[in-house]
Design a binder for this molecule. Structure first.
Ligand code: NAP
Length: 281
């Protein structure tokens, strides 16, 4: 009988956080508390929820978090000044600028203002390049989460054909580079891709990073493929038509409780790593 493995993101997240506890205690003994600063511009309710979740996750592990709420009307220059002051604050180890920012802000310029040592979500050009060259300290958290889940379940990557749907700077592009670095053969698809369904049918590993609910259809999936659904659409709906794809896949991440919780765990891990690095430990 066909059995599909459900890749339990909550379990993987717990494992990662468990591994962090000893490292956080080690830092505490040296009076160092890893601290993540999250900057939210404006009052988008979904972004507010993400920022709160990240802050709470820090607290539960004995880490610090700083939430910086900035008015919707802030200029790019003032936002960059805020980022620079966090760069210069030795008690802050990681900086996360919650995406998206209002359209009048130059998001790229703001991301680039984050010091590489505190770029725990791999948003800077240098961070991205380091990931692509396979020596990045902090790859973007969602791509890192996708790789962590594959590894935790011993799902091999080498030699596999991975089809990534989406090419955003924090998701589709970096996860493609990371899969390539792990010797997958990678096809990157986007909104101008022709015959998307036909390409996805060739995939051993499908990464859905589209931002469209239930976009990936069951009859696009090669029997036995592994499906990693990074989508997180309103109503807790992934980018994959889960019920239909489940029947075809050998393994699949659910939404919620798939990639999402592991993304937060990776953010915490990167912040702890940053606290170690900045203290030369
Ligand atoms: P994004 O910046 O909007 O990028 C979406 C990508 O999908 C773009 O590259 C776009 O192509 C492509 N696309 C759009 N329509 C398409 C179509 N019809 N066919 C093929 N490709 C298409 O989104 P994102 O930030 O990467 O996020 C993607 C999803 O992941 C969203 O659901 C988001 O909520 C979720 N997400 C989850 C987490 C998490 O922690 N789980 C973190 C971040 C994001 P073009 O480049 O041609 O426009």
């Amino acid at each position: 009988m066909h059995k599909t493995l459900i890749l339990d993101g909550n379990q993987v997240s717990r494992t990662i956080k468990e591994q962090l506890k000893g490292r956080i205690e080690y830092l505490a003994a040296k009076s160092i508390v890893p601290c993540l600063a999250t900057i939210l511009v404006g009052s988008d309710p979904a972004s507010e929820t993400y920022v709160r979740m990240k802050g709470n996750a820090c607290k539960r592990l004995g880490m610090d978090s700083r939430r910086i709420y900035l008015d919707e009307s802030i200029t790019t220059e003032s936002l960059i000044e805020t980022i620079i002051s966090l760069n210069n604050d030795p008690d802050v180890h990681g900086i996360l600028l919650q995406h998206p920012v209002p359209s009048h802000i130059d998001e790229r310029a703001a991301f680039e203002a984050i010091s590489i040592d505190k770029d725990v979500d791999g948003v800077t050009a240098i961070g991205f390049a380091q990931t692509a060259f396979d020596y990045g300290r902090f790859p973007s958290c969602t791509p890192a989460a996708i790789l962590a889940i594959l590894d935790e379940y011993d799902l091999s990557i080498e030699g596999k054909h991975a089809v990534v749907i989406g090419r955003s700077p924090i998701l589709g592009k970096p996860v493609s580079q990371m899969l390539l670095n792990r010797n997958a053969t990678v096809t990157i698809c986007h909104s101008k891709t022709r015959d998307l369904a036909q390409i996805v049918r060739l995939a051993d590993i499908v990464v859905a990073a589209v931002g469209k609910p239930k976009f990936v259809q069951g009859d696009w999936i090669k029997p036995g493929a592994v499906i990693m659904d990074a989508g997180y659409n309103p109503g807790n709906i992934g980018d994959v038509d889960y019920d239909a794809c489940f029947l075809q896949a050998s393994a699949i991440t659910p939404v919620p409780a798939g990639v999402g919780p592991v993304t937060i765990a990776m953010l915490l891990k990167h912040t702890v790593d940053a606290a170690f690095y900045s203290n030369q430990l």
